[in-house]
Write a protein that binds this ligand. Structure first.
Ligand code: ADP
Ligand code: MG
Length: 728
C-alpha cells in the first residue's frame, strides 16, 4: 500500500533525447563486445579490400593495442573525413543490395563503433600514389587533417586502449585474460578458409607468430600449417551437393576427423557463403552422428564451407553477423548429416581392414576352433581368444557386412607390450559360414516386424527432439517443436536395446567380465529374490535344483549364445562375456541374476524365431536403463542410507535409547554407499543423454503401442504456456 501511494505521489520522470555520443557508445558496445570482435571486423574489412596478406599484432589481449595491416586496395583520400562516421560504407547503397551482398561488411558501423570505445589511427595508400596518409579518429570524427606519410601498399588500422571509457567492461576483460587465445583461434579459422591469403598473428614484441600461414591452393596444407600435422593427418574430405529448388540448393565441402582424432572439445569451423558463422543446429546434428558412429572420437574436428544462393541467407539477423538464418535449414542439415554419417561408417570399415594383417595360420586356427564348438566340449579352444577390449567390430549396421571380423593380437604378451599401438598385428577371423546368419529368415522377420510396426509420428519426435533432463527416476523431459513430452526411459531403452540386438545379431563386440560369474549361483540369487520371504530357508533345496538344471541347460546352449549373441558361458558354467549392444554402454551388473534366470527359464529353444525373440527381449530388459538398485540419494532416497545405519545400531545394542531415533545426524549416513549410489545415478544420467538419445535418433523405430501405453506423454504446449505467462 505504502509503495503504491509513493508511486502515485511521485512526479513522472521527464523523457529526453539521449546525447548522440551516448547512443553511439551504447551501440558501439554491442558491435565490439570484446577485443576479438574488433579483430574480426578489421580482418573482414581487409578481405573486402581484396587483400592477399593480413598481419595482426596484439598487446595485452587486445586491450592496449590491436593492429591489422593488409595489402588491399586502400582508402581514397577524399573518403577519409567520413570513414569513421556511423553508417558510412562503400559496400551497400540500397536495401535491395542486401539480398545479394557478397562482402563481409555492409553496415558501416564497425570502424565508427571502434572510435567511440578506443583510439583509432588509420594509415592507408591507394594504387598509383606516391605517399600515404595517416589520420586519427575519435567519436566518429577525424581528429586532425590527414598527414602525408610513407606507406606500403594497403591499409593499417591501429586500435589503442580499447574500452578506455567503459571501465566495467575493461575490468571484466582484464580479469579474463583469454582474449589473445580467442584472437588466435579466430585467425586460425580464417586462415584455413581463405587459403589465398597469407596470415600472421603475433603478440606485440614477440619474434614468433602464433598463427602463420602462406597462401596455398590446398586446403589440407593450410590446415596442416595452422592446426598441425596430427590434425591434418586424421581428416577426410566430405562433399555434398543439392540442386533441387523444391527442397534445397547448396554445395558443401569440408574436412572431418576420423576415429584417430581424439580431443576434449569439438572444433567446428563453419563458413556459410564465406562468412564465419555459428550454426548450433548443424553442430548438434553432427555431434550426434559422431557420438553414435565413433563414440571414442566423439569430439570431432570439422571444417565446412557451405555455399548457397545469397538470397537464401539472411545475414542481417545478428549485430555481429555471427548467426545467420538459412532457407530450408532443416533439409540442408539433414542432408549434410547423412553424408557425414556414411563417410564415417565407410572410413571406419576401411580403417579396420587396413589395420589387419591377415595371417593365415592363426586365422585358420580360429576357424577350426569355431568348428570345434560343435563337439561336446565347446569352449575348449576358446580360451586362446584375445581380450575383447582389443577386438574391433566391423560395421554391423551394414546389412552387407556379413563377414564377422575381429582384430586379434598375436598373443597376450605381445599385446601387453604394444597396447598403445593402434595397429595391433592382427588376423581375421572369418565366419565359418558367412552366409549363415544373414540367411536366418527368423531374424529378418523380427526386424521386418519392427519396421512395419513403427509409429511415424513418434519417429519424428524421437529424431528431432531435444533432451531437457530427467524429470524423475524414470521419466525424461523432451521438447519437440513447441511441445513438451515426458518419456519413459525404461521402456524406451528396453525397446531400443531389443531392436539393436536384432540388428547387430551375430555381429557383436564383447564386454569381458572381470570376474566370470557362476550361473548356478546367479540363478539361486534370482530365485531367492522372487521368494515371498527371502530370509527363509524353506525353498533352498528346490532352488538349488532348479538352478542346477537351468545352468546345465545353458551350458548346452553355450554355442548358440556365443555365436549369435556373444554371450559366453565357459565349460564350468561361468558367464564371462556379454555383448556390446550400444557402444560406450555397459549394463547394470546388479541385474545379471535376473537375466540368467530368464535365459534359463523363459526361452523356448525349439522354435527358432521365438527363441531369438525371447533372448533378445531378455537382453533388452537386462540392458535397459533402469533406475539403479540403490535409491537415488539426491531425493527422498537419502532416508534409505540413514535407516540402514540406525538399524545396525539398534541391532548392536538392544538397550539402546530409542531417543536416538530423532537425533539423526549427518554422521549416520553411510557415506561410501551414498557415493556409490551417486556415481551409479550420475553414470546413468550421462548414458541417457549421451548414449541413449543419440542412438535413438539414429536407430530407434518406436512401436505403435508406445503411442498409447504411457511411454510418451504430452505434458504441455509451449504456445499455450506462453499465452498463460503473457497474462501474468
Ligand atoms: P563496412 O565494412 O560495414 O562497410 P566499416 O565501418 O567496417 O563498415 O568500414 C567502413 C568503410 O571503410 C568500408 O566500407 C570500406 O570502404 C572502408 N575500409 C575499412 N577498412 C578498410 C580496409 N582495410 N581497406 C580498405 N577499405 C577499408
Ligand atoms: Mg566492416
Amino acid at each position: 500500500m505504502e509503495e503504491e501511494e509513493e508511486q502515485v505521489a511521485m512526479e513522472p520522470p521527464k523523457i529526453h533525447r539521449l546525447d548522440e555520443s551516448v547512443v553511439n557508445r551504447i551501440a558501439a558496445g554491442e558491435v565490439i563486445q570484446r577485443p576479438v570482435s574488433a579483430v574480426k571486423e578489421l580482418v573482414e574489412n581487409s578481405f573486402d579490400a581484396h587483400s592477399s596478406s593480413i598481419n595482426v599484432v596484439v598487446k595485452d589481449g587486445g586491450l592496449k593495442l590491436i593492429q591489422v595491416s593488409d595489402d588491399g586496395h586502400g582508402i581514397r583520400y577524399e573518403d577519409l573525413p567520413i570513414l569513421c562516421e556511423r553508417h558510412t560504407t562503400s559496400k551497400l547503397s540500397s536495401f535491395e543490395d542486401l539480398q545479394s551482398i557478397k562482402s563481409m561488411g555492409f553496415r558501416g558501423e564497425a570502424l565508427a563503433s571502434m572510435t567511440y570505445v578506443a583510439h583509432v589511427t588509420v594509415t592507408t595508400i591507394t594504387k598509383g600514389q606516391l605517399h600515404g596518409y595517416r589520420v586519427s579518429y575519435k567519436d566518429g570524427v577525424m581528429e586532425n587533417e590527414p598527414k602525408a606519410c610513407a606507406a606500403v601498399k594497403g591499409t593499417q588500422i591501429m586500435i589503442e586502449n580499447l574500452f578506455y571509457n567503459m571501465s566495467a567492461r575493461r575490468k571484466n576483460l582484464q580479469n579474463s585474460a583469454d582474449d589473445y587465445s580467442k584472437i588466435v583461434d579466430l585467425l586460425s579459422r580464417f586462415a584455413i578458409h581463405h587459403t589465398s591469403v597469407s596470415f600472421s598473428c603475433r603478440k606485440h614484441g614477440a619474434g614468433r607468430a602464433d598463427v602463420s600461414s602462406v597462401a596455398t591452393i590446398s586446403r589440407i596444407d593450410a590446415i596442416r600449417s595452422v592446426y598441425g600435422v596430427s590434425v591434418a593427418r586424421s581428416l577426410m574430405k566430405v562433399e555434398a551437393l543439392d540442386n533441387d529448388p523444391s527442397s534445397s540448393v547448396f554445395q558443401m565441402d569440408g574436412f572431418i576427423s576420423n576415429s584417430e582424432y581424439v580431443a576434449k572439445k569439438i572444433t567446428m569451423v563453419l563458413f556459410i557463403n564465406d562468412r564465419l558463422v555459428d550454426c548450433t543446429a548443424l553442430k548438434r546434428a553432427l555431434e550426434i552422428v559422431y557420438a553414435a558412429t565413433l563414440p571414442k572420437a566423439a569430439k570431432p574436428f570439422i571444417y565446412m564451407s557451405i555455399v548457397l544462393p545469397p538470397e537464401h541467407v539472411d545475414v542481417n539477423v545478428h549485430p555481429t553477423k555471427r548467426e545467420v538464418s538459412l532457407l530450408n535449414q532443416e533439409v540442408i542439415i539433414e542432408k549434410i548429416q547423412s553424408v557425414v554419417e556414411s563417410r564415417l561408417r565407410s572410413s571406419n570399415e576401411t580403417q579396420i581392414f587396413q589395420e589387419q594383417t591377415v595371417e593365415p595360420p592363426s586365422s585358420s586356427q580360429m576357424i577350426s576352433s569355431k568348428d570345434s564348438n560343435r563337439n561336446p566340449t565347446p569352449s575348449g579352444s576358446k580360451s586362446q581368444k584375445v581380450p575383447v577390449n582389443k577386438m574391433v567390430r566391423t560395421d554391423s549396421s551394414d546389412p552387407a557386412g556379413r563377414l564377422h571380423i575381429y582384430l586379434h593380437a598375436e598373443s597376450r604378451g605381445h599385446l601387453e607390450k604394444n597396447t598403445s599401438l593402434t595397429a595391433v598385428r592382427s588376423s581375421v577371423r572369418q565366419r565359418r559360414n558367412p552366409k549363415e546368419t544373414a540367411d536366418l529368415s527368423s531374424v529378418q522377420e523380427l526386424i521386418a516386424d519392427i519396421d512395419s510396426n513403427c509409429h511415424s509420428g513418434m519417429l519424428d519426435i524421437v529424431r528431432h527432439c531435444t533432451y531437457i533432463g530427467m524429470a524423475d527416476d524414470v521419466f525424461a523431459l523432451l521438447q519437440h517443436d513447441t511441445h513438451l513430452y515426458l518419456a519413459n526411459i525404461v521402456s524406451l531403452s528396453k525397446e531400443l536395446m531389443y531392436q539393436q540386438v536384432l540388428r547387430r545379431f551375430a555381429h557383436f563386440n564383447a564386454i569381458q567380465l572381470s570376474n566370470p560369474a557362476p550361473l548356478k549361483e546367479l540363478i539361486v540369487l534370482a530365485l531367492k529374490e522372487g521368494d515371498t520371504d527371502p530370509e527363509s530357508t524353506e525353498n533352498d533345496e528346490l532352488n538349488e535344483k532348479i538352478a542346477e538344471m537351468n545352468s546345465e541347460l545353458l551350458k548346452q546352449k553355450a554355442d548358440l549364445l556365443e555365436e549369435y549373441f556373444s554371450i559366453h558361458i565357459d565349460k564350468d558354467g561361468n558367464l564371462s562375456r556379454l555383448p556390446v549392444i550400444l557402444d560406450q554402454y555397459t549394463p547394470d551388473m546388479d541385474r545379471v541374476p535376473e537375466f540368467a534366470l530368464c535365459l534359463g527359464n523363459d526361452v523356448d529353444w525349439e522354435e527358432e524365431k521365438k527363441c531369438f525373440q525371447v533372448i533378445s527381449a531378455a537382453l533388452g530388459n537386462f540392458y535397459a536403463m533402469h533406475p539403479p538398485m540403490l535409491p537415488n540419494p539426491s531425493g527422498d532416497g537419502l532416508q534409505f542410507y540413514q535407516k540402514r545405519k540406525l538399524f545396525r545400531n539398534n541391532e548392536g545394542s538392544l538397550s539402546c535409547n530409542t531417543g536416538a531415533d530423532d537425533m539423526m545426524t549427518e554422521d549416520e549416513i553411510e557415506h561410501e554407499l551414498v557415493a556409490e549410489a551417486e556415481t551409479a545415478w550420475a553414470q546413468r544420467e550421462w548414458s541417457i543423454q549421451h548414449v541413449l538419445f543419440p542412438s535413438m535418433r539414429l536407430f530407434f523405430k518406436p512401436p505403435n503401442s508406445m503411442a498409447t501405453n504411457g511411454t510418451f506423454v504430452r505434458v504441455a504446449s509451449l504456445e499455450k504456456l506462453y499465452r498463460i505467462f503473457e497474462r501474468c
